[in-house]
Design a protein around this ligand. Structure first.
Ligand code: C2E
Ligand code: CA
Ligand code: CA
Length: 663
């Protein structure tokens, strides 16, 4: 068809045609019913008039109607069609007139009653009955005029027409409404939804009422499903390696290119891990390509299992794989994944009852340090991979030598820490805190040491940050608390019973959800007032509200609280206001500065503030008599430092305590 019209125009046309048909039906109906009324009225008038004639024939005496006046009055009043009755004798004298008012009455216009069917009842208003009586033998004539009430007849017709018109308009209205409802709800709206679905591929519409529309909807739904499936297959075909199902080289390059742009903008790192299977060639050559393919497929799956959803895994050559880690927070995270990958791919595969253990040599390059674009990154990760092949395979190597050393060191240290906790190589040393006025030790700080059987005593500077990075500090922290508690217990009922021990808690320990539970569990059978908890400002950096709650619980348990390294952070003073510390420890950096007048002023001010806030002050790292003298002059209560003693193993610390007893 050349032209198309909208459903709206089409439905208006249908309604218009329907209206014409309806009007025609109503017009016919109106004419017929008008005719019926006319006939009805005609027969009614005829009956009324003939009844009257009969009555008159029977009851009218000559020239005297007085006996029947009341009956005629009743007929006229009761019968609404009859407006008036007039009876005249042959001399045209009126014998009876129902109503005196007889307007526009013209005898000539009166029609004999037997001609009623030839007249129109609505246009004729008077009928005559001629009656002949005998007075003896003399005939006597009189004429009865029956005047019809045209007003009544018209009102009857008018009522009927009015009713008909009302019905007509009501029918039209209902018809229009129903047509609108049908077209809009059942056809127009579903079609519009279908159009949107087909055009924008919006939400799949629900089932439609009209079968034909529903079948179009269903077909569309099926078509889209098929289209998506095909799109997916096509996409997979172009982006995936067919054997392993991992990304292919082209897609990997695209993804790395995109990451380079993105990470350059956000100034973040990402890592490229290059893997080359160590013994794959032998498997392939000796067992055939089928087994080789199976090994590659299984290994790919094991690789995917080792990484998370956002990481990217690709096969870029025979037995070469690349993993991209787009979100890395620390080197340790890369190590964790490398360990997982190594563990996963070493899983023994049994193919045709032969057991295969696969290992890989791995090289790692980091963006942007080891390469700013995809080619450089892949090349350097490959170089790093060769390095680990050279070093004996089944290993990993970082491209940057310094980073590689650092990471290898961290890994060694991590393993050493785990080993140390297992074999009890850790020990706590105690550094005395001295009351400047009495020159006596009143408390001490517990400081961790690692006594390695081969490497000797290792300082916390070498391992605390590594332990924090991999959360090992939490386990180690529990050991430190338990060990301090053991020390407190061992001093009960000895001269050292009053010596309070301070324990350092790092941020990670403080964020441990089990901290309060463990603290209360480990210290339940000692007086908690003999332990002090040292915190640095870094604990409050993230959310002071949450930390305040934990602090409140620590204090409720009965521990005292010290603010460590006071003055080195950004807002030490504000923490003093918000957190109920008992002690502040002035950082060593300020004590080192006491040789200058500025340095002196700072320490003096801190001591003053502490006094105002009713806090105890400990000066940390006091090494010289001069420093101690100055602290005395400004009424600083206590100090800690090499001037008195280095941190000592518990036995040596006890000896120190004993000697001071005899001072
Ligand atoms: P810190 O809490 O500020 O501990 C004070 C550090 O200053 C100790 O170093 C101590 O030996 C040293 N020191 C004390 N007086 C002097 C002095 O007069 N001169 C000099 N040069 N140094 C002095 P250490 O024991 O090496 O501990 C270093 C840091 O390691 C500690 O700083 C603390 O942050 C952390 N740490 C030590 N033990 C623990 C522990 O048990 N748990 C936790 N979470 N951290 C610990
Ligand atoms: Ca401390
Ligand atoms: Ca300190």
């Amino acid at each position: 068809m050349k032209y198309s019209i909208s459903i709206k125009v089409f439905s208006i046309s249908i309604v218009f045609l329907l209206l014409i048909a309806l009007s025609f039906v109503f017009f016919n109906f109106h004419t017929t019913s008008k005719k019926n009324i006319e006939e009805l009225l005609e027969s009614h008038i005829q009956t009324s008039v003939l009844n009257l004639k009969h009555y008159l024939d029977k009851n009218v005496k000559v020239d005297n109607v007085s006996d029947i006046v009341s009956h005629l009055d009743t007929i006229t009043s009761v019968n609404s069609i009859i407006a008036n009755i007039k009876i005249d004798n042959e001399k045209h004298e009126t014998l009876y007139l129902h109503s005196r008012t007889l307007k526009n009455f013209d005898k000539k216009e009166c029609v004999p009653i037997f001609e009623i069917s030839q007249t129109n009842v609505f246009s004729n208003s008077c009928y005559t009955i001629h009656t002949k009586l005998y007075r003896g033998l003399t005939p006597f004539y009189y004429t009865t005029y029956i005047i019809i009430s045209q007003k009544y007849l018209n009102s009857l017709l008018h009522n009927q027409t009015q009713k008909l018109f009302l019905e007509y308009f009501a029918t039209i209205f209902i018809l229009l409404f129903l047509t609108w409802l049908t077209f809009s709800q059942i056809i127009k709206n579903p079609l519009e939804r279908l159009r949107q679905f087909a055009y924008y591929e919006s939400k799949i519409p629900h089932r439609f009422f009209i079968q034909e529309i529903e079948s179009i909807r269903h077909s569309l739904e099926m078509t889209f499903k098929r289209l998506h499936q095909e799109q997916k297959e096509l996409y997979n075909l172009s982006t995936r390696d067919q054997l392993s199902g991992l990304y292919n080289k082209r897609t990997l390059i695209e993804k790395i290119e995109w990451l380079c742009i993105e990470k350059k903008r956000t100034k973040e790192n990402f890592a490229i891990i290059f893997l080359d299977l160590d013994n794959f060639k032998t498997v392939n050559d000796s067992m055939g390509h089928n087994i080789g393919d199976k090994v590659l497929q299984e290994t790919s799956q094991l690789l995917v299992n080792a990484i998370s959803k956002n990481d990217i895994a690709a096969r870029i050559g025979g037995d070469e794989f690349v993993i991209v880690l787009p979100n890395i927070e620390s080197d340790m995270q890369i190590i964790e994944i490398l360990d997982k990958v190594k563990k996963n791919i070493q899983y023994p595969l049994i193919l045709q009852s032969v057991k295969y253990t696969i290992t890989a040599s791995v090289g790692v390059a980091l963006f942007p340090k080891d390469g700013k674009d995809v080619n450089e990154l892949l090349k350097n990760a490959d170089i790093a991979m060769y390095k680990s092949k050279e070093l004996g395979k089944n290993n990993y190597h970082f491209f940057t030598e310094s980073l590689n050393n650092e990471i290898q060191y961290k890994v060694t240290m991590q393993n050493m820490l785990i080993e140390a906790l297992e074999h009890n190589f850790f020990e706590l040393h105690y550094q005395p805190k001295i009351d400047i006025r009495t020159q006596k030790v009143y408390a001490c700080e517990a400081l961790i040491r690692l006594r390695h059987p081969k490497k000797g005593l290792i300082s916390p500077h070498e391992f605390i940050s590594i332990a924090e990075e991999n959360n090992f500090i939490i386990e180690l922290g529990y050991w430190i608390i338990k060990e301090s508690v053991r020390q407190v217990k061992s001093w009960i009922h000895t001269p050292f019973e009053h010596i309070k021990i301070s324990i350092n808690l790092s941020v990670k320990q403080f964020e441990d959800p089990n901290l309060i539970k463990k603290l209360s569990e480990f210290t339940q059978d000692i007086n908690r007032a003999s332990l002090d908890i040292e915190l640095t400002e870094s604990v409050f950096v993230n959310s002071i509200e949450h930390q305040q709650e934990i602090i409140h619980q620590i204090k409720t348990l009965g521990f005292s609280l010290s603010l460590d390294d006071f003055g080195t952070g950004y807002s030490s003073l504000s923490y003093l206001k918000n957190i109920p510390f008992n002690t502040i420890k002035i950082d060593k950096a300020f004590i080192d500065d006491l040789g200058t007048s500025n340095g002196q002023a700072f320490v003096k001010m801190i001591v003053k503030i502490a006094k105002i806030l009713n806090l105890e002050v400990v000066a940390e790292g006091v090494e010289t008599i001069e420093q101690e003298e100055y602290l005395t002059s400004i009424e600083c209560d206590t100090y800690q430092g090499y001037l008195c003693s280095k941190p000592l193993p518990s036995k040596e610390f006890e000896v120190l305590l004993q000697t001071q007893e005899y001072l």
